[in-house]
Every structure is written in C-alpha cells, then in structure tokens.
Design a protein around this ligand. Structure first.
Ligand code: NAD
Ligand code: IPM
Ligand code: MN
Length: 356
C-alpha cells in the first residue's frame, strides 16, 4: 500500500475556516492518499492563551509532515497582526521556504475583466522571493510618539537569497510547460533598480550571471511600475516572472484580478527537499467571513498544487478539471458571477470529482 502523505492543516482565521473544509473534502473526493492533522493556530487560540505558534511548532511541522495547507491568517480582534506575522511569516522564514510560486491562469474568458482575452492569453507564473526584502523585520522606531519620530524598515537583499530565487525561476522555466503543452521560454526579472540602486544593482548583476547558465532561455527586465501597467494592458507576453518579496506580493494581487479575483488564485511556499506550505493568495477577508459566500476555488486549486508537488499528479489534475467544469457550468460563488454558497460550491465539486 502506498504510504499516505501527512498534511498539516492550519485553516486559520476568517474565510480560511470556510474555504479549507471545502479543499479537504475535494482532496478526499479525488482519492488522494493523504491524512490530515488539523492545527488550531490562529486568532482564536492567540486570544485564548497568547500562543501564536508553539515554540517547537515549526520544527515539528518540518519533521512530521509532508506538506502544510493554510487558509488565511488575520483578524480585526488582533490589530497588531502579531499572530499572523509569527505564524505565516514564521513558516516562510524559519522553515526557509524561499520560493513563493504563484501561478496566474485564466480558466474562462468570462472571469477576466479585460476584453477579448481568452484563457490561453493568461498563463504565467510569478516566482516571489519569500524570505528577505522589506519583510525581514530589520529596523526600528526612534523618538516614537514625538514630532521627530523616525521609522526605519530595511530592505535585506543577500547574494545567496537573490541568487537562489533567480536560479529557481530559471529552473522552473526549464522544467515547466504552459497549459497548452508548449515549453516555457522566458524569465522576466522585475525590480525598481532605477530608484533602489543598491538592491537593484545586486539583482541586476545576479540575474545576468545566472542567465548565462541558461542560454536557451530568453531574458527580459521590467521596472515594477511598468510591469503593472503592461499586465493589465496585455498579459499575453508574460511567462515566468521573478521578483522580490514586496513586489511579488503586490503584483500577485493584481495578477489575481486577471484570473477572476483573489478567490481564484493559488500559491505554494517552497524549498525543494523540505516540507513546503501551500496557501491561497487571498487573506481572511473579515467583511465576508462567516457568511458562506467566500469562493473556495483558490484554496481548492492550492490543494491541487500541493498534491502535484507531493507526486499525486493524477489526483491534482482531477481537481483542476473539476474546477474548470464548475466554472463552465456556473457552479460558482457570487464573486465570480454565480449564486452558490461556499459549502454548496464545495459539495458540488466534491461530488462531481468523486463520480469521475
Ligand atoms: P483579502 O484577500 O482578505 O481581501 C481582499 C478582497 O478580496 C476583499 O474584498 C475580499 O472580500 C475579497 N476576497 C478575498 N478572498 C476572497 C474569496 N475567497 N472569495 C471572495 N472574495 C474574496 O485581503 P485584505 O482585506 O487586505 O486582508 C484581510 C486580512 O487578511 C488582513 O488581516 C491581512 O493581513 C490578511 N491576509 C492574510 C493572508 C494570508 O494569510 N496568506 C493574505 C492576505 C491578507
Ligand atoms: C500574502 C499576504 C502576506 C504577505 C501578508 C498577510 C503578510 O499578503 O501572502 O500575499 O504580504 O506576504
Ligand atoms: Mn498578499
């Protein structure tokens, strides 16, 4: 018998608690050989006993699980966001999950706000550096609460960190195909090296050096502002985009808009060979939480991405095909033009997949 893969599940806060049960149901319906262990990390636990992640939490995850599936973290009852920062950024940083892979794919023309854009026109991936940049929490405040207050937030760019994420992007390009089966061809590095010259200079130099190792892959560069404009004008030329932590965060919410919104966007936080973490791009969406209206497909497509990563390509493909069918048949939530609730959309999909 195949060994079941062990999945740690952190539904988290807000709509995370609604979309993750749909993802678990669909993974089971696809017949994936997995077992789930649920963790209560999130705002409720933090408010009850002040625990964000237990002291040995990350080492236990790395030791005992094959992958981690997360819903979302963030709750208005914790205005400092301390629990989300320690849990989510804790996993990314302390488990060294340096590559945040965010595929951008349009399932149906009806979901895209751009006119005359078809699914084949939106098929790219953003590879976001996930362990440094301005997220490194280096800095401080001086003279807080006075008229002379100073706040410093340093942008950390290490040679090692920049090189490994750029190399990851080239490797991704070399080994992944587009949805139509054609090879991926181009890596675009996105920065702001015209204004942020020190960090940008390092990214520029490393990009040229690593690119030289991949002579068959085309290279391109864009400043992040121009890239945002181009992405909404015409997403067709994009293929593999590599960028820093903050630009990757912003650009992937913009790119989610091309897919039908945040409810459709999946992501993985990876370090080859280590226990990796998968989460939808969206957050906990407090205003719509608990109303059974959140779109579960981002979380479900994230679970499919996790299964593919764990070697369950057939189960992953079954889920993606099911979501495509649901979109075409309008078995969808209101954010993408349907009338179904979160649970109803999840149930329909699980039933459909189980019958395949
Ligand atoms: P958000 O992604 O939660 O919501 C942005 C907008 O998208 C809202 O209008 C929301 O209703 C909508 N939306 C998001 N997901 C949806 C879904 N599945 N179905 C339908 N609509 C959806 O971002 P925000 O409002 O900026 O942040 C809310 C909280 O989530 C904050 O605490 C933030 O820090 C946190 N957050 C967490 C993560 C994460 O855990 N990975 C990611 C982003 C934001
Ligand atoms: C994301 C989120 C996080 C980020 C927040 C919640 C810290 O926006 O995963 O995209 O900025 O990385
Ligand atoms: Mn984000």
């Amino acid at each position: 018998m195949t060994q079941r893969k062990r999945i740690a599940v952190i539904a988290g806060d807000g709509i995370g608690k609604e979309v993750i049960p749909q993802a678990l149901k669909v993974v089971e319906a696809a017949g994936a050989a997995v077992e789930f262990t649920e963790f209560d990390w999130g705002a409720d636990r933090y408010l009850a006993d002040k625990t964000t992640a237990p002291p040995d939490g990350f080492s236990n995850l790395a030791r005992d699980y094959d992958a981690i599936l997360v819903g979302a973290l963030g709750d208005p009852r914790v205005p400092s966001n301390i629990h989300a920062k320690e849990i989510l950024l804790g996993m990314r940083f302390k488990m060294d999950l340096y590559a945040n892979v965010r595929p951008v794919r349009l399932m149906d023309a009806a979901l895209c706000p751009l006119k005359d854009v078809e699914p084949k026109d939106v098929d790219f991936v953003v590879i976001r550096e996930n362990t440094e940049g301005v997220y490194g929490d280096v800095g401080g405040v001086f003279k807080q609460g006075t008229a002379d207050e100073v706040a410093i937030q340093e942008d950390i760019n290490t040679r090692k960190g920049v090189e490994r994420i750029i190399r990851y992007a080239f490797e991704y390009c070399a080994h992944h195909k587009k949805l139509d089966g054609s090879p991926r061809q181009r890596v675009l590095m996105c920065d702001k090296s015209n204004a942020m010259t020190h960090a940008g200079g390092l990214w520029q130099r490393v990009f040229k050096e690593v690119a030289a190792e991949y002579p068959k892959i085309e290279t391109q560069h864009m400043y992040v502002d121009a890239l945002c404009m181009q992405m909404v004008r015409d997403p067709r030329p994009f293929d593999v985009i590599v960028t820093n932590n903050m630009f990757g965060d912003i650009v992937t919410d913009l790119a989610a808009g091309l897919q039908g919104g945040l409810g459709m966007a999946a992501s993985g936080n990876l370090h080859p060979g280590k226990t990796s973490m998968f989460e939808p791009v969206h957050g906990s969406a407090p205003p719509i939480a608990g109303k059974n209206i959140a779109n579960p497909f981002g979380a479900i497509l994230t679970a499919a991405m996790m299964l593919a990563h764990l070697g369950m390509a057939a189960e992953s493909a079954k889920i993606e095909a099911g979501v495509l069918e649901a979109v075409r048949q309008k078995k969808i939530t209101a954010d993408i033009g349907g009338t179904m609730g979160t649970w109803e959309a999840g149930d329909w999909l699980a039933e459909r997949i189980a019958r395949r």
